[in-house]
Design a protein around this ligand. Structure first.
Ligand code: NDP
Length: 283
């Protein structure tokens, strides 16, 4: 019996494979569904990326994930891109289709799936804090889903403007850059607020997204993409203010569910995967 090896081409994880949350999460789904597949974590240095992809091709892997710092650099080693990955300009999931590797971005799709549990972004207005790779993926997916307008609020003006320009040039949504000095007041006309910065990520769990607490109205959807810990200060504050809150675990789990669907064609149980990562992050 042959086994398809799916690998994460990553340079960012320092943990042993068995303690890597993504590996544990994906493999828990395989075990639950009795799928005869494996998902392994390989450390790949930037200089070795081309060889790593050649190796995956040679071994007939069904696909692989890649994380920072490979999400953009991987593109030149693939054979094509899915629609949103093309707009985002970054890939976190490669999928073998008809013998060639196509790059997809399941980060943004995973975020969108989480968001849809609370609101359909079509015709709505959003603020996104951050303008890095994750912000780009979330903003593009919302924009491609019919979001009406988006304010990109970022500390660095240059990066913020680049993301706003990307949304304006590649999607129908209207984007504006807003500077971020001190506590940011969420305007009345905003429906969705997304924290796509790295503020609050373990171990800096006390770090706070500078938002004026009184402007967190109960009608707002507040989505924090930080997966660890899932209950960030923003999640706690927005919950206390009565907002509709989405934590970062949903995005992490959904991107995994979508990746597995791409590779195997099977819809796996997101609940099993959530239980696995919650247990790891609670340790
Ligand atoms: P990047 O390094 O590309 O971007 C980081 C962003 O955070 C930048 O916009 C940066 O602003 C901003 N930022 C960082 N620190 C501060 C601060 N103290 N004050 C204001 N802004 C700050 O990272 P990524 O976009 O790749 O990832 C961002 C976060 O998203 C990570 O924490 C990651 O864990 C999370 N993530 C979650 C996923 C999930 O599945 N839940 C998937 C992917 C990522 P500036 O431009 O001014 O430097």
């Amino acid at each position: 019996m042959s086994i398809n090896f799916l690998s994460e081409l990553t340079g960012s994880f320092a943990m042993p494979a068995r303690e890597n949350p993504t590996v544990a999460m994906i493999e828990s789904a395989y075990r639950h569904h009795k799928l005869d597949w494996r998902y392994i974590n390989c450390e790949v240095a930037p200089k070795d990326l081309a060889n790593a992809v050649a190796g995956a091709r040679a071994m007939g892997w069904a696909g692989f994930n890649c994380s920072l710092p490979h999400k953009v650099a991987i593109i030149e080693h693939l054979d094509g891109l899915g629609e949103s990955a093309k707009v985002i300009g970054a890939v976190n999931c490669a999928v073998r289709r008809n013998g060639v590797y196509i790059g997809e971005n399941t980060d943004g799709k995973g975020f969108l799936q989480s968001l849809l549990t609370k609101i359909n972004p079509a015709g709505k207005s959003a603020i996104i804090f951050g303008a890095g790779g994750a912000a780009r993926a979330c903003a593009v997916e919302m924009a491609l889903s019919g979001l009406s307008s988006i304010w990109v609020v970022n500390r660095d003006l240059y990066r913020g403007r680049i993301l706003a320009d990307l949304i304006n040039s590649k999607t129908k949504a209207k984007a504006h850059y807003r500077s971020w000095d001190g506590e940011y007041t969420i305007p009345e006309n905003i429906d969705i607020v997304v924290n796509a910065t790295s503020i609050g990520l373990f171990p800096d769990i006390k770090a706070r997204v500078a938002v004026k607490n009184e402007s967190l109205r109960p009608s707002l959807i507040i989505a924090d993409i930080i997966p660890n810990p899932p209950r960030t200060r923003l999640v706690e504050e927005a919950t206390a203010r009565g907002c509709h809150v989405i934590d970062g675990l949903g995005m992490l789990i959904n991107q995994g569910v979508i990746s597995i669907k791409y590779w195997t064609g099977i819809d796996v149980d997101a609940g099993v995967m959530r239980k696995t990562v919650e247990e790891i992050f609670e340790r």
